[in-house]
Design a protein around this ligand. Structure first.
Ligand code: FAD
Ligand code: NAD
Length: 458
């Protein structure tokens, strides 16, 4: 089967893989009249990841930070096909992509292959486990929506099991010990959110247990948040100390068991620590499909961290037919939403210029009339390289406090505290993609202020 209708043979086919930060930002800026545009993603929505840890503790409802991809595409000038499917294989030589429907319900057809002229590869990354035993089996991740929902269920299950009559003190202490692995922004924000849940809600609903709950953050490096400025690292450490969140640096998790974590301490000794829940936030790793695609271009794609692109975000070795953006690439930029969305917006501009160029080249091939004029027009189309503009780093650290490293007038400005928290909230509220999401998130914050978080376990 060919691409889905409406198909215009005069236009090139643009296939976009993914519906995350990179792909959604591209879709927002793309002039869809230029292409037959097809979006393929196993999730038919965009997930606003910065607020995911808030979902994990019930501050926000899951639906408040999702935006169906069709809400974005329905406002475009020309129809876009949105297909809920997982890309299984990209063939960069024959320029095809194979995808299949992996959801619970499938129709008669659940797998197909389509051709593309341009492919935008924006499939993100998955959680890095380093092959450490027990991580996949026993730890919760914090990457996808279902990870946050799973963590919320597990956390409340630990609390309810600790409240079971006759539970020994040791067992209560185990069940109420939460271990967060990874002192990057995800681990820090999640620890802060867990602390808020404990302070604001569990103390009221489970007063007999609240004093027993412990949060430990384990980080292999000498300090947490290595990408933030020194003073904000210290500020975070002292806020965590006040919040009774233990930070264990220079400590590496070696194994996760059903009821404990095995740690390698700074002096290299091994210690097994009982716990009720482990949240794993130890960074990113390329998806299998990305590794498979790179393996097809062994001469150009040799970076183990991800796809190598040129300064126009073209995947090396694909003759400008595949663009790769966001967390699936290996570049000098950090794998952040900020980078992915700027890359998506840049590609929207580049694809508009390419459509113009391709159109003129088509005319040139069709007749030799005005050839010189057309050639001059083609020469005038200049594709500028991608330039990243860093807007600063922000993170929530719990207790209504946030930290921010902001470049202001060419200088780094560091701030932390309650005012920064208000800035954090307003910054994310305005970054949310739609008025609908802004309203939902703001009303969730209001709901929690008035009634507290919901402690019922689904
Ligand atoms: P993603 O946004 O992950 O999107 C990938 C898309 O590809 C998804 O839609 C996925 O469903 C789809 N996909 C997966 N496999 C396939 C396949 N086989 N075929 C087709 N589609 C596929 N960054 C910041 O800048 N600021 C923050 O505050 C911040 N907070 C974060 C908080 C958390 C908890 C997490 C996990 C990350 C956070 N990040 C933040 C990082 C940010 O989310 C990522 O850098 C960003 O999502 C990368 O965008 P992307 O488009 O490359 O990938
Ligand atoms: P990360 O890669 O930033 O941090 C993971 C941490 O886990 C590292 O410090 C690493 O040393 C540690 N680690 C790995 N294995 C370990 C082990 N076995 N034992 C103990 N520690 C171990 O990952 P992240 O926090 O998920 O962030 C991923 C990306 O998303 C980053 O680019 C980050 O900037 C971005 N992000 C940004 C924000 C924000 O700006 N607020 C929030 C979340 C994520």
């Amino acid at each position: 089967p060919g691409p889905q209708l409406p198909f215009d043979p005069e236009k090139k086919t643009l296939v976009i893989l993914g519906s995350g930060w990179g792909a959604t930002s591209l879709l927002k800026g793309l002039d869809t009249t230029d292409y037959n545009t097809i979006v393929v993603s196993p999730k038919n929505f965009f997930l606003f990841t910065p607020l995911l840890p808030s979902v994990a503790v019930g501050t926000l409802n899951a639906r408040s930070i999702l935006q169906p991809t069709r809400y974005v595409t329905r406002f475009k000038s020309r129809q876009v096909s949105v297909i809920e499917a997982e890309a299984k294989e990209v063939d960069p030589i024959n320029k095809t992509v194979t995808f299949s429907d992996n959801s619970e319900i499938q129709g008669q057809v659940s797998s197909t292959t389509i051709p593309y002229d341009y492919l935008v590869y924006a499939v993100g990354a998955e959680t890095q486990t380093f092959g450490i035993p027990g991580v996949k089996e026993h730890a919760c991740f914090m990457k996808e929506l279902h990870d946050a929902e799973r963590m919320q269920r597990q956390f409340l299950d630990c609390v309810e099991s600790a409240a079971f009559p006759g539970q020994s003190d040791d067992e209560k202490d185990r069940l109420l010990h939460m271990v967060v692995v990874g002192g990057g922004p995800t681990g820090i924000e999640l620890s802060g959110e867990l602390h808020d849940f404990l302070e604001d809600d569990l103390k009221s609903w489970y007063p007999e247990l609240a004093s027993r709950i412990r949060i430990t953050l384990v980080e292999a490096l000498p300090s947490v948040l290595p990408t933030f400025s020194k003073e904000l690292i210290q500020y975070t450490e002292s806020t965590f100390k006040e919040s009774k969140i233990d930070i264990m640096t220079k400590t590496m998790v070696k194994e996760v068991k059903e009821k404990s974590v095995v740690l390698q301490m700074p002096d290299k000794s091994i210690r097994e620590v009982p716990c009720g829940m482990v949240v794993w936030a130890a960074g990113n790793k390329g998806r299998q499909i990305t590794q498979d695609l790179m393996a097809k271009l062994p001469e150009d794609q040799t970076n183990k961290r991800g796809i190598t692109v040129d300064d126009h975000l073209r995947m090396k070795g694909t003759n400008g037919t595949i663009f790769a953006i966001g967390d699936c690439t290996a570049s000098s930029y950090a794998p952040t939403a900020q980078v992915a969305s700027q890359q998506g917006a840049y590609l929207a501009r580049i694809l508009a210029l390419l459509a113009k160029k391709d159109g003129l080249e088509g005319k040139l091939a069709a007749s030799d009339e005005d050839a010189d004029t057309i050639r001059k027009k083609i020469d005038k189309i200049k594709l500028k390289p991608f330039h990243y503009s860093h807007q600063g780093s922000l993170a929530y650290i719990g207790s209504d406090k946030a930290i921010a490293d902001l470049p202001i007038f060419g200088r780094e400005w560091a701030s932390g505290g309650v005012a920064t928290f208000l800035f954090w909230r307003s910054a994310y509220l305005s970054t949310l993609f739609s008025l609908r999401n802004r309203t939902l998130v703001a009303s969730d914050w209001m709901r929690v202020k008035l009634f507290g978080r919901d402690v019922s376990r689904e």
